[in-house]
Design a protein around this ligand. Structure first.
Ligand code: AMP
Ligand code: MG
Length: 420
């Protein structure tokens, strides 16, 4: 028997109703990294979470070098100088200048010893023989010369374990000469839908049925994080089949993610199966859109049960599933970015004690500054509102109304890894 990666009953709480902050605190505080560690060629690690700290093994750049094509010399210059050598990028020779001498030099070429400054070739005059150069006499010492280690100094802490590797980090790691990097393996997530009314796109639809839209959406949302997805499709309402499927899936996955049926209790086969195989808690989160969400575990596999309504499923994924997957995957959780912007709408009444996330977008106001606009209809089944939006407008618990011009928080979807 392998040791447990998760705490026993990590979702246990004595509260009937959790605030947004309490919910996040449990998810990010009680869960920990379960994803395996693997060493991969650098170019395959983009978007992954680092599994070890990175310290610069050498100076970048390694040597002092020229930032331009021109003439290297020791400042200050006092008049025309003999050009005694030529150094190109990639030149490995050892060069030394005496005071009063100049070197023809090209961008990226190592600075010769005895030189500290480079004059751009456009600013220089070369005599007719081509053997003397005049440079601007007022050039500052060090101009156009890059110092060894000026980008990153050897031994400096560059990236910490659990950082997500971005394109610019790829450049940094390559600049150190690292061929391989230790990262976390993708989180193994199984997704499924459940509900008698649900139908696979492509099937013939009748009155009373809906196509399963959440699963396609979850595929795409999971694609914003390092995840390996197993799609279990729409599970039919067959108790023993569901129990057998979940028991088997839990052995080879880090997470089982479902949507729909989260609140139905008795008649819901998935909920009943989790209760028999492990533990499960239904959390009433004081958030709109949200309704209840289920959190549980079967051994070391986490169960996350999203609401069925597409809008609620989408928002709860961003607010709760994304942080949970980040921590399970070995990543550091960061709050999504929030921008204070003026509201372009009035909402005379909002229920106190609940945090609301409205679908919104920004438009330039009369003074050119961004103003937040809100999708007019509230229904949490309206996919069109999600599509019109480019972010969420967050209204905190204590707020009971919003007047045009007041500041609200705007959380762009890009802060959740969703590009427009
Ligand atoms: P439930 O959470 O099962 O009570 O479902 C709430 C609403 O979401 C119902 O209108 C369901 O038909 C709908 N719903 C549940 N699952 C899905 C899904 N996978 N795709 C689209 N709509 C769904
Ligand atoms: Mg249902």
């Amino acid at each position: 028997m392998t040791s447990r990666k998760l705490l026993n009953d990590c979702f246990l709480t004595d509260k009937d109703r959790l605030s947004h902050e309490e919910c996040l605190a449990i998810l990010t505080g009680r869960l920990s990294a379960v994803a395996a560690i693997e060493e991969l060629p650098l170019v395959e690690t983009s978007g992954r979470w680092l599994a070890a700290d990175i310290v610069a093994p050498r100076n970048v750049p390694l040597h002092d070098n020229s930032a331009v094509d021109g003439y290297a010399f020791q400042a200050p210059a006092t008049g025309p100088m003999p050009v005694v050598m030529r150094i190109a990028a990639g030149d490995l020779g050892k060069y030394r200048l005496e005071p009063g001498q100049a070197a023809r030099i090209f961008t990226g070429a190592p600075m010769p010893e005895g030189a500290d400054t480079v004059a751009m070739q456009e600013d220089c005059t070369v005599d007719d023989d081509g053997d003397h150069v005049s440079v601007p006499l007022d050039l500052k010492r060090g101009a156009n010369a890059r110092r060894a280690g000026e980008d990153v100094a050897e031994g400096s802490a560059v990236l910490q374990e659990s950082a997500r590797l971005r394109p610019q980090d790829m450049a940094a790691l390559a600049s150190f000469g690292l061929p391989k990097v230790k990262v976390r393996a993708p989180v193994r997530v199984a997704i499924l839908s459940n509900g008698d009314e649900l139908l696979e796109p492509g099937a013939e639809i009748s009155q009373g049925q809906v196509y399963d839209s959440n699963r396609a959406m979850l595929h795409a949302l999971l694609g914003t994080l390092p995840c390996e997805i197993t799609d279990l499709g729409i599970l039919p309402d067959d108790a023993s089949l569901i129990e057998a499927t979940l028991a088997k899936t839990a052995q080879t996955h880090d997470v089982i993610l479902t949507s729909g049926g989260a609140s139905r209790g008795d008649e819901d086969h998935i909920i009943n199966a989790i209760d028999r195989l492990g533990t499960r808690h239904l959390w009433q989160i004081a958030v709109k859109p949200g309704r209840p969400m289920s959190f549980g575990q079967i051994g070391d596999c986490v169960f996350l049960g999203l609401p069925g309504n597409p809008v609620a499923a989408f928002v709860c994924f961003l607010l709760y599933v994304r942080p949970a997957l980040t921590v399970l995957g070995g990543g550091a959780y960061h709050e999504p970015v929030r921008f204070p912007v003026a509201a372009g709408f009035d909402v005379p009444r909002k229920k106190e004690g609940r945090r609301e996330f409205w679908r919104g977008w920004l438009e330039p106001g009369p003074d050119g500054r961004p103003v937040a606009h809100k999708f007019a209809r509230d229904g949490s089944g309206l996919i069109s509102g999600l599509r019109q939006a480019t972010g969420l407008i967050e209204i905190t618990e204590s707020v009971t109304s919003v007047a045009k011009g007041e500041l609200v928080s705007f959380l762009p979807f890009t802060g959740f890894g969703i590009d427009s």
